[in-house]
Design a protein around this ligand. Structure first.
Ligand SMILES: Cc1cc2nc3c(=O)[nH]c(=O)nc-3n(C[C@H](O)[C@H](O)[C@H](O)COP(=O)(O)OP(=O)(O)OC[C@H]3O[C@@H](n4cnc5c(N)ncnc54)[C@H](O)[C@@H]3O)c2cc1C
Length: 441
């Protein structure tokens, strides 16, 4: 789309970080002052099982890939100053490893040093990691053998920041927010065009430009096989006293890339232990989203969440991993009298190399895809909408042109290399983990 081709209407599917930030960017940009903007989401805001809605998300420039380190630095400066600063806490992040993920740690350290972060402390042993992170115990396998702490990184209350942004968007009084589930995009098979979406009740939302920002559900609305894969990640929460919370509030997040487990400072009386790993897949056979033939199907991994099943509990394997991690680093908080009272599976939209997918669809005119967060998209909330709009207008930032484009070929998921940041178990299928049964932990 040339910058002269300003759409008269934009429909954004999804009001998570990618969708809402795009709506904000449209509102702010005078070129789009006559464009009508609709945001549709299947859940009332903030979408309780959306990837962007949680007590916390890490905000870091600590990336092995320099372009993300640079963009995250720009985003982080906003978090520090004018973007929901009350929801941002700069307490540091320790990135550690004990296996091949040490390469990611080393590259990331070099990048943050290159961008001039001076509050970095290299950690050469489990003891040093334990001291920097305020751990009660330090074992290599739990907390990592080497790493560094970037005291300039932090975390944000994700749900709080998203609500903050929604209020900013509402100030413009330009966006029509619709709560409804998109069933299918409106395809014109003769003109290879998308002109909006059909909702679950059969009604239609039409637009010149449709932006698909449905996160891990995007794979149900277009064929993203070999391009994006939804993977379920484990989150476990345990209540914590006000004194304990205060004592841990200034500790850095510790993220061990080798076992993929992390502890982030507690918030609102809950301590969260989670896994940034390969995740579970949930293969599901659905009607081919881009086909005219109702009998044609595809099988893709789709989110299975507490909205799908209100009684959903993380599989035993995941709770055990989080429990053992907590036990290793903070035994006093992992006694039998302190169970995880809340668990959640939160879904990444993974790509083969951890890059986002922010691009016009190569076939369908009028369709723009903004997804592929790959477990690291939230921190960009202050800037990702502007970047998406640049891509919409054909001005993709040079260093992201290759990274964010629609891949030339679909690659089978077994061959994906990832971005080097993921450790922990591989190849887990959610239904198989559920089928193993559940012994109370
Ligand atoms: C457990 C976990 C930990 C993470 N940790 C970090 C971190 O520490 N730092 C970081 O930067 N990033 C992190 N991320 C990644 C980050 O949260 C995501 O990249 C980002 O939130 C993705 O935003 P999104 O808008 O693409 O998706 P979402 O926030 O999921 O938004 C998609 C929206 O689309 C809606 N939708 C879906 N289908 C339909 C439909 N058919 N019709 C209408 N609406 C629909 C959904 O309801 C949802 O609200 C983490 C992610 C997870 C899951």
């Amino acid at each position: 789309m040339a910058s002269s081709d300003i759409p008269s209407s934009v429909l954004i599917i999804g009001s998570g970080a990618f969708g809402l930030s795009t709506a904000w960017a449209l509102c702010k940009n005078p070129q789009f002052e006559n464009t009508s903007i609709t945001v549709v989401d299947r859940n009332t805001f903030p979408s309780s099982d959306g990837s962007s809605v949680d007590s916390s998300r890490i905000i870091r420039p600590d990336y092995a890939a320099a372009p993300y380190a640079r963009l995250a630095t720009i985003a982080q400066n906003r978090w520090r100053t004018d973007f929901a600063p009350e929801h941002y806490h700069e307490v540091g992040l320790a990135v550690t490893a004990s296996g091949p993920e040490q390469k990611y740690v080393g590259d990331s350290l070099a990048n943050v040093q290159n961008i001039g972060v001076d509050r970095v402390e290299v950690l050469n042993s489990a003891e040093e990691i334990g001291r920097a992170c305020g751990l009660e115990q330090n074992h290599d396998e739990a907390c990592g053998r080497t790493g560094y702490v970037n005291w300039s990184s932090g975390w944000a209350d994700a749900a709080g920041a998203l609500v903050w942004l929604r209020k900013e968007v509402e100030k413009y009084n330009r966006v029509n927010f619709v709560v409804a589930s998109v069933k299918k995009l409106l395809f014109d098979f003769e003109k290879d065009t998308v002109s909006g979406a059909t909702l679950a009740d059969g009604s239609e939302l039409c637009a010149d430009l449709t932006v698909l920002a449905a996160g891990a559900w995007s794979t149900s609305l277009i064929d993203l096989r070999g391009i994006c894969k939804s993977t379920g990640q484990v989150l476990c929460y345990t209540p914590i006293s006000a004194e304990e919370e205060a004592a841990m509030a200034k500790l850095p997040t510790i993220l061990n890339l080798s076992n993929a487990l992390f502890r982030i400072p507690p918030s609102k009386g809950m301590l969260k232990i989670a896994r940034h790993g390969h995740g579970y897949i949930n293969p599901t056979t659905i009607p081919h989203p881009e086909s005219q033939n109702p009998n044609e199907t595809i099988t893709v991994s789709l989110p299975y969440t507490h909205v799908t099943d209100p009684n959903l509990v993380v599989p035993l394997e995941g709770r055990k991993a989080c429990r053992e991690f907590l036990q290793s680093i903070h035994p006093s908080l992992a006694t039998p009298s302190r169970p995880f009272t809340m668990t959640r599976i939160c879904w990444y939209t993974d790509t083969r190399d951890g890059d986002f997918l922010i691009t016009h669809h190569p076939k369908w005119k009028g369709l723009f895809v903004a997804t592929g967060g790959s477990g690291h998209g939230f921190k960009f909330l202050p800037v990702i909408g502007d970047a998406i709009l640049e891509c919409v207008q054909g001005r993709t930032p040079e260093e992201f042109k290759e990274r964010w484009r629609w891949p030339e070929q679909r690659v089978s998921e077994e061959q994906w290399v990832g971005d080097g940041s993921r450790g922990g178990p591989v190849g887990m299928v959610l239904s198989e983990e559920f089928a193993k049964g559940d012994t109370k932990l």
